[in-house]
Design a protein around this ligand. Structure first.
Ligand code: ATP
Ligand code: MG
Length: 505
């Protein structure tokens, strides 16, 4: 009530000032200034309320003020149930097509640490008669702003904590509501010129979540905990003097869910994904330039790092020249030869990408490498600190199968589960293969049909694995026998030569 009274007194003062401006020319200048100062002092002395305005566009800049947007989001989320007059707007890149916010001249209250504040959405039309088609503020030079009112005794708490809280909360809600994007790097030939950029993107709509991810519960929870700790770790990282970033190495055979895990992490963290195609990056400088353009709260991904490039770097090249015995089956070497190796990104370039400028630009970043051959990677690339957490994605176990059965068939238990569990213990099958067999293939495929199909597939895989092991054992045996025969023949030849040389048996 008191605040309303004050607002009426404010209006009265404004009227007096208005009348005064009409008659001011009748006052001598020195009297005019004094009158103005006295009226201002009187208002300040009696009105205990402070007001702060947040304009939609500040200064000459044509960009919408970030603070205004954050306040709008904060107020929409916190007040749309309380405000009586609401405004519906279509917001670009948002998950919800219509966003409700308080209408112009509507007022709502908010409370922070027991302190009450008032927010009003205001709109003023500076030049209603003249329509200006070139105005950036819309027709008739409309200017919008939010007005925050509070009692002057709470000045410190409002200016030091509350406004910060509103802006942070507003940005957080914006992040949560926006659509995620999946970026990929453009070849450097298209980086410059009109409307060109280093990254192209599409809306990221992968439905994978940690709930649908098939892996042991305990492992899943550990990863979730790690991510949550990272997200809340701003102060901790600052305290220990470490850049706010975390590297994850996902390794395991094909089809075990490495790419699916990346999607689940992106959805969980609400981060955009920057998928780096290393073969399209010419050299280390280009790699650095790409990194500089990735924002904080993003995941930078390099998939199949063992196949992408010659990441053995100079170290291995030196080894090659020193006639080090290289494995011809080394996937890194094979892929490099196959791809014609157009990129000159080196191991040291990649290490810099992760540790050098990487650390310096912004915070809250995740980098993920995936590989099928962890043992082939240079230890420097995956040492802790660079790749902080190594996550093994393994063949499908019983727990993972149960997640898939629930995802694909909506069942939590079945008489055939026991048999599936035993077969999974005896054979190595990827979750991708299990998922494929669980998926109904016809409209009338029921749970039993799908489980039986999986059992058949597991038995076939087990039988194939047994035959393969037998064949391998046979080959090994034959090889050993051949070696044995060879040794015997050599020994015989040696004895015959000895007899010839020494002339006795
Ligand atoms: N752990 C898992 N949980 C849920 N679905 C999975 C899992 N692993 C595999 N899948 C299913 O199998 C498909 C292939 O998995 P994904 O692409 O994640 O494997 P990957 O490990 O990245 O394989 P690659 O090494 O060949 O890239 C996915 O689309 C998903 O449907
Ligand atoms: Mg993959």
């Amino acid at each position: 009530m008191r605040r309303e009274l004050w607002s009426q007194i404010g209006s009265l003062m404004a009227t007096i000032v208005f009348i005064y401006t009409i008659f001011e020319r009748f006052f001598p200048p020195h009297l005019r200034d004094r009158l103005q100062a006295i009226s201002q002092k009187l208002t300040n002395h009696f009105n205990p309320y402070v007001q702060i305005t947040f304009p939609e566009f500040s200064g000459e800049r044509l960009k919408r003020s970030e603070a205004y947007t954050a306040i709008q989001t904060y107020l929409s989320a916190n007040s749309s149930q309380r405000a009586k007059r609401l405004k519906a707007e279509v917001v670009k890149d948002s998950q919800t097509p219509l966003v409700l916010s308080m209408d112009d001249n509507e007022e709502i209250t908010d409370e922070f640490q027991g302190v009450k504040v008032w927010w009003t959405a205001k709109q003023i039309t500076t030049n209603p008669q003249r329509y200006n088609p070139f105005s950036y503020y819309g027709p008739s030079d409309e200017k919008k702003y939010y007005k925050l009112t509070f009692h002057r005794t709470h000045r410190d708490i409002i200016t030091m904590s509350y406004i910060k809280h509103v802006l942070e909360e507003g940005k957080e809600i914006e992040m949560r509501n926006r659509q995620l994007k999946l970026y990929t790097n453009n070849p450097s030939s298209g980086w410059y010129g009109y409307k060109q950029s280093k990254w192209s993107h599409i809306v990221f709509e992968h439905p994978a979540t940690f709930e649908t991810l098939a892996m042991e519960q305990i492992k899943k929870e550990e990863i979730i905990k790690d991510l949550v700790k990272f997200k809340k770790g701003k102060d901790y990282y600052a305290k220990i003097g470490k850049a706010w970033k975390r590297g994850y190495l996902l390794y395991g055979p094909p089809g075990t869910g490495k790419s699916t895990m990346i999607a689940a992490i992106a959805n969980f963290m609400n981060y955009d994904v920057y998928d780096v195609e290393l073969t399209a990056v010419k050299d280390n400088t280009e790699l650095r330039k790409l990194l500089i353009e990735t924002p904080s709260r993003s995941i930078t991904v390099i998939e199949d790092i063992d196949c992408s490039l010659d990441l053995t770097g100079q170290r291995k090249q030196k080894k090659e020249t020193s006639a080090d015995d290289e494995d011809p089956k080394d996937p890194m070497r094979r892929n490099e030869e196959e791809s014609g190796k157009s990129s000159k990104v080196t191991l040291s370039g990649l290490l810099n990408f992760i540790d050098g400028i990487w650390s310096a630009c912004g915070g809250e970043r995740i980098i993920i490498f995936t590989t099928n051959y962890v043992e082939k990677l240079d230890p420097a690339l995956i040492r802790r600190g660079r790749m902080d957490k190594h996550i093994e994605m393994s063949y499908c176990g019983y727990e993972a199968f149960k997640v898939l059965a629930e995802n694909y068939l909506d069942v939590q238990s079945h008489v055939l589960f026991g048999r599936v569990g035993r077969l999974l213990e005896e054979t190595n099958v990827s979750p991708a293969d299990v998922a494929e067999n669980l998926m109904p293939k016809a409209v009338d495929d029921d749970v039993e049909t799908c489980l039986k199909r999986l059992i058949l597939a597991l038995e076939t895989a087990k039988e194939e694995a047994r035959k393969k092991a037998e064949e391998e054992a046979k080959l090994k045996e034959e090889k050993e026998r051949e070696e044995c025969n060879l040794m015997e023949e050599k020994n015989k030849e040696k004895t015959t030569e000895d007899v010839k040389e020494n002339g006795f048996h």
